[in-house]
Structures are given as C-alpha cells and as structure tokens.
Unconditional design. Structure first.
Length: 422
C-alpha cells in the first residue's frame, strides 16, 4: 500500500509529486504528463501569466521555467509570453528531473476502503494507497451554456477541445465568451483563415494592460507590487497568501472566487483581435438550433433587443465550473461524502484535505477555498508544499491498517474541510 497516490500529472500533480518524493513518501504518480497542455490547447497559444510566475514547484526552488529556457536557448523575460508548446515541454523536462517515474495510465475510479483508498487503472489493475491527492486539472469541469448543450459536437465544441484549429479554415465560426480563451482562440482562428466573430455578454471587452517593468522606483513598487497574478495589493494577497485567504469568511471567499480576475484579454492579443475579428458585445445566446449548414443563434441584449444569425460552428470559450458533482473519477459514495460549499465545489481544510480523511484536492477545484491563485500555475507552489505536509500529518495520525478513524472535531488532528459557514 502506497503512502500517497497522485492522480494527475499536470503542473499541480507533478509539483505535489516532487515535494512528496523529497519528503521520502512511498508514492505513485498516474496520468499522462502535461496531457491537457499537449492535447487540448491549439498551437500558437501563449501563457497569459508572466514566465517568472509560471514555474512548477520543487523543494528548494529547483527546476524552474527560466532554467529550462536557458538550457534550451529560449527567452523567458518579463513581458515576453511563453508559447504553450514550450511550457508543455518544460513540464516534461521537470517530470524527468524532479519526479519519480510517472505511470501514464489513466485512473478510472477511486474508492474509499478500510485504511485508505483503492484506485482502478484503465487496464483494470487495482492500486492501494493510504492517501490520495486528486490533481485532475480543468477538463472534468468544462462548462458549456445550457442552451448549447443539446447540439451535437459537429456544431458546438468547447475551446478546450482543440489542439489544431486548421480544420476551420474557410469556415464561419462564432466564439462565445469574452475572456482570454475566447479572444486568443478567435485570433488564432482568424489567422488560420476562418471568418470569426466573438459574442460576449459584457457591454465591452476588457483588456489587461502591459505589465509595468520589474525594476521600478521603490514608491511605485510600494503602491502596486508585482505578484504572480499581476500588479496590485489585492492580486499580491491572492497570489502570495492563499493560507490567509482560506481563513476569510466563506461568503467573502465565495464572492472573491467568483468575481476576482474576471474575463479579460492579454495586452499582446488585443491588436490581433481588433484587426481581424468581428466583436459583438452585449449579446447572450437565448436559443440555438441546427439548420442546414450550421447553427442558428438567437441572441438578446441586456435591454431585450433580439438578433439572429447563422454560423457554421460555435466554439464555447465559457470556462470551467469546478463542482463536487463533476468529480466523476470518484465513486458516488466517496463523492457524496464530500461537504459541498454553496457554489457546489468541495470544501477543503487548511492543508487541502477534503471532508473525507486522507483525500486531498488540488488545483481549480480548490479555488473557492484558497482563492484565485488556484486557477493558475502559480498556485502549485503553495499547494504542493502545504498538501504534502498535510499528507505527512495524516500518515502519522491514521493507522496503516484497519478503518480510518474520524478525527475529533476541533482537535489538533482535525484537518478536514470545515463545514460551510451559514
């Protein structure tokens, strides 16, 4: 029986595995390394985060992105966005150096059992572990507007479905959304030769400005410090103090998680959109139905003004919704044992442990607990170090065999997720 089973081999899973290996834990890591970055993002896409805020985490700060770029002769400077392909290759480089051998098989199911958990791998093998770290990324949480869901995939896809946009050359494509994924996807589609429009609910598109220089007069730094999520004291708090964020009242955390760092395009994609893409703001899709040659979209503005048009394909760049019910990798019994927050996401304790002892969560699914940093690679550093400390604490207090005892509520060993506050 392993001490820890890490399910997922993206930035969070690999970072957790690196810290766990350094701590001497007997662990197993499952998942195809950097699969989402390699298979679900189109060529030509860039990271929105600054290179210095996009490293995976290893103890001692080793194996950072800038070290990989220096080795490969790539530029990773402030204000110089990194291609997604280079970042995916960096993740593989990190895995070879900082993580025990990764088993590329997919975990089909995780179930609770006396003394821990069992994981069934895609080929039927059963693995046993005392603790599990679930780092499944964003793909289980794909969000498509309800009005578009009945349409078949030939007509509607999510922005995360495409590694190659060349199939849309010469076609009319409508991208729904107003954030970075929508705007960069639209730019790439136009550059592939598609006729593209963007539909956004907001009354205008929002764009992030060019980042200020790293070296500035001290008074500018004091007024608006740099952080892994952008300049400003609020961003600094979200990026650098997730543990303090977790201590905020639940309603405050929920509000910030839902509204902070809202939809906006990166400064370096703005010209590419404005010169090549039709943008329709204040448009929300009210109805959609198939017609010969594509889809008919009925839209409405916030003032009730209708508009109808046809398009050959719709790309929903409408983000992700990380709820407990979408953790389909867990058995229904285990999934239902997780306490939900009001927004549907599972509650997590101060060390990322869920309400089920020994089951730890990482990444987007913890954003309502630890804040907006969990939506970005930057959050992997705090998560990995804190989660592994929680795993070690659990291993010291729970027996290796037999039923896992429930901690006494409020005791020093009660590291489970707290019940949501009213």
């Amino acid at each position: 029986m392993y001490d820890l089973l890490v399910v997922g081999a993206g930035p969070y899973g690999l970072s957790i595995a690196s810290h766990a290996a350094a701590a001497g834990l007997d662990l197993r890591v499952l998942g195809r390394p950097m699969a989402c970055w390699r298979d679900n993002m189109p060529r030509g896409m860039f990271l929105k985060s600054e290179p210095w805020a996009s490293s995976l985490s290893a103890p001692g700060g080793r194996w950072r992105l800038e070290a990989y770029c220096a080795e490969q002769g790539l530029t990773a400077g402030h204000g110089r966005p990194v291609p997604v392909e280079a970042f995916a290759s960096y993740g593989l480089w990190f895995a070879r150096r900082a993580v025990p051998e990764v088993d590329p098989r997919t975990v089909a199911r995780v179930a609770a059992r006396p003394g821990g958990f069992e994981a069934v791998v895609e080929d039927g093998e059963v693995l046993l572990a005392r603790t599990v770290a679930l780092a499944v990324g964003v793909l289980p949480f794909v969000e498509v507007p309800a009005v578009l869901r009945p349409l078949r995939p030939a007509l509607v896809t999510h922005s995360s479905d495409h590694a190659d946009l060349a199939r849309f050359r010469g076609r009319d494509v409508t991208v729904v959304g107003g954030g970075q994924a929508a705007l960069e996807t639209a730019a790439l589609l136009a550059e592939e030769g598609a006729r593209v429009r963007v539909l956004a609910r907001a009354d205008r598109l929002r764009w992030n400005g060019t980042p200020p220089p790293l070296r500035r007069p001290w008074w500018q730094t004091v007024r608006s410090p740099h952080s892994g999520l952008g300049p400003g004291w609020r961003n600094w708090f979200y990026a650098e103090r997730p543990g303090l964020f977790w201590r905020l009242p639940e309603p405050t955390r929920a509000r910030v998680a839902a509204t902070a760092l809202g939809p906006a395009g990166a400064w370096w994609v703005r010209e590419r959109v404005e010169t090549a893409v039709e943008v329709l703001v204040d448009h929300e899709v009210a109805a959609a139905r198939p017609v010969p040659g594509g889809v008919r979209l009925d839209t409405v503005s916030r003032h009730g003004a209708p508009r109808t048009f046809e398009t050959e394909h719709v790309v929903a760049a409408t983000g992700f919704r990380a709820t407990r019910d979408r953790l389909g990798i867990l058995t229904p019994e285990l999934r239902d044992s997780l306490l939900p927050l009001p927004d549907g996401s599972p509650a997590v304790g101060r060390d990322f442990c869920s309400s089920h002892p020994g089951l730890f969560l990482a990444g987007l699914v913890t954003a309502s607990g630890f804040g907006p940093a969990m939506r970005f690679v930057h959050g992997a550093g705090y998560t990995a170090a804190t989660l592994v400390r929680g795993v070690r604490r659990h291993l010291r207090t729970a027996p290796a065999r037999g039923a896992v005892p429930a901690p006494v509520p409020g005791s020093r060993t009660d590291n489970r997720a707290p019940a949501p506050r009213a």
